[in-house]
Design a protein around this ligand. Structure first.
Ligand SMILES: Cc1ncc(COP(=O)(O)O)c(C=O)c1O
Length: 460
């Protein structure tokens, strides 16, 4: 029998509760620290304070009903218009969502329903994407019963339009490309894919969740950036996350369509529900007003000047890191990423990249591991500018240490990551992950195993 958690009989004091929360957080990855290389986007206290205050101003408001909270509708409208302008789609329409995953899921649903409306005989809709597309698309295909058809990536880890064309069948409802992809930071050849999509009359969605609020600023700051947005006529829809490089609060993305006839397929309407006539444009019912207000505040607070500065610092930092990593014997950058995201791997059989990851972790860096190919990941923000030399020195030392001690790959997380990545039977991996999830989410689980927790909800 696990520990019992019950709502405390009497409410605890504010000081007590906040102290307990503070204690729990103490062991987490530090979102302010440049030692963290994914998940968080932090520009500094001034910007965060603004976004937080804006969020708090709308803490209780619910964007579910835009007639009750008209100001939220106007804020969302302005955010969508600013995003459309930034992404070359002056007339594009769309909505805010709770994040990249919701944007991807909704795009799958919308394009499936668009195809169904036009092709009544369509049996099993298919969408074409590369392995490098974000896993949210796989989730969307699973949720909305769309078959995934995988298009191979070339040696540069980008999709190849000719290979995509070979995968088109009468059931194809959508092609998905990334700008850039999460694992390697590569921008797919959107111009070629757009030409193909227009010629074969198939919608092309550009997943710019990562790049939508980064690449346009880099381009305007004078960097050479491949065109990926609505300026390419074959692009039908784009997702772009505000809670990534727009530095908004979590829970904010936009999903844009070139045409209202596309967007309309995203709407859900119930005209006879006893609760009233109901319209919803996204997956959620209740929608936090704070996330919308915070996103608006982030765009207003940064302004073009702030974002251009952010993009410049990030581009220079990423370039220095890539060059430094490329100069470490035994390591290489995967593909040829040009922006804020990249990954690297070992090209020395004596250097296990996961063991390098462990060594970096032990030095206090939080780094994501990749598989197929095995590698380490970096999502660069301006915060990382001050740690480039430190990171590269630690990395060079880690590579030397791992090369000198081959046993390291059989220890610690390296052994686990290596085992997971190299097991040929993916069904076995899946089975293990299900087992882990059941134990993490079971009634007897101790997901935190830790700090400040107690059977009375933190009452110590
Ligand atoms: C390209 C891409 N698409 C979609 C997503 C999903 O975004 P979220 O984590 O906000 O749901 C991500 C997240 O990193 C991403 O990189």
């Amino acid at each position: 029998m696990g520990e019992r958690f019950v709502i405390p009989a009497k409410g605890l004091s504010k000081e007590h509760i906040l102290r307990a929360l503070g204690e729990r957080k103490a062991g987490d990855a530090d979102f302010m620290s440049p030692r963290t290389w994914s998940l968080v986007y932090y520009l500094g206290e001034e910007h965060t304070a603004l976004v937080r205050e804006a969020y708090n101003l709308y803490f209780s408001e619910n964007a579910l009903n835009p007639l009750a909270f008209k100001s939220l509708r106007s804020l969302e409208h302005e955010i969508v218009r600013m995003a459309a302008d930034l992404l070359g789609g002056g007339d594009a329409v769309g909505t805010m969502t709770s994040g990249g995953t919701e944007s991807c899921l909704l795009a799958v649903k919308t394009w499936r329903d668009y195809a169904r409306a036009r092709r009544p005989l369509l049996r099993k809709p298919e969408m074409i994407l590369a392995d490098t597309a974000h896993v949210a698309w796989e989730k969307g295909a699973d949720y909305f019963d769309v078959k995934i058809v995988r298009a191979p990536v070339g040696p540069d880890f980008r999709m190849d339009a000719a290979a995509v064309e070979k995968k088109i069948t009468k059931n194809t409802i959508l092609i998905v490309a990334s700008a850039p992809d999460y694992p390697h930071g590569m921008v797919d050849p959107i111009a070629e894919l757009g030409e193909l999509a227009a010629r074969r009359k198939i919608p092309l969605h550009v997943d710019a969740c990562l790049g939508g609020f980064f690449l346009p600023f880099a381009e305007r700051a004078g960097y050479s950036v491949p065109t990926f947005d609505f300026r390419i006529p074959g692009v039908s829809s784009i997702s772009a996350d505000l809670h990534k490089y727009a530095f908004a609060a979590k829970g904010a993305s936009v999903l844009l369509y070139r045409d209202m006839d596309f967007f309309e397929k995203q709407f859900f309407v119930s005209e006879s529900w006893p609760g009233g006539v109901f319209l919803s444009t996204g997956l959620l019912g209740t929608r936090p007003g704070g996330a919308i207000a915070a996103a608006w505040a982030a765009l207003m607070g940064m302004g073009m000047e702030g974002y251009l500065e952010m993009a410049k610092t990030t581009m220079e930092t990423a370039r220095r890191l890539r060059e430094g990593i490329g100069a470490i014997a035994g390591l290489e950058i995967i593909g040829e990423p040009m922006g804020s995201v990249f990954s690297y791997r070992s090209r020395d059989p004596k250097v296990d990249i996961y063991a390098v990851g462990d060594r970096m972790e032990a030095k206090g860096w939080h780094i994501d591991r990749l598989q197929r190919p095995e590698g380490l990941h970096a999502m660069v923000t301006p915060r990382h500018a001050i740690v480039v030399d430190h990171y590269l020195a630690d990395l060079a030392e880690a590579v030397v240490a791992v090369r000198a001690n081959p046993d390291l790959k059989r220890q610690g997380d390296a052994a686990t990551y290596g085992m997971i990545a190299r097991v040929p039977l993916r069904g076995a991996v899946r089975h293990e992950v299900f087992k882990m999830a059941r134990s993490m989410y079971g009634a007897e689980a101790r997901p935190d195993a830790g700090l400040g927790s107690g059977s009375d909800g933190g009452n110590k």
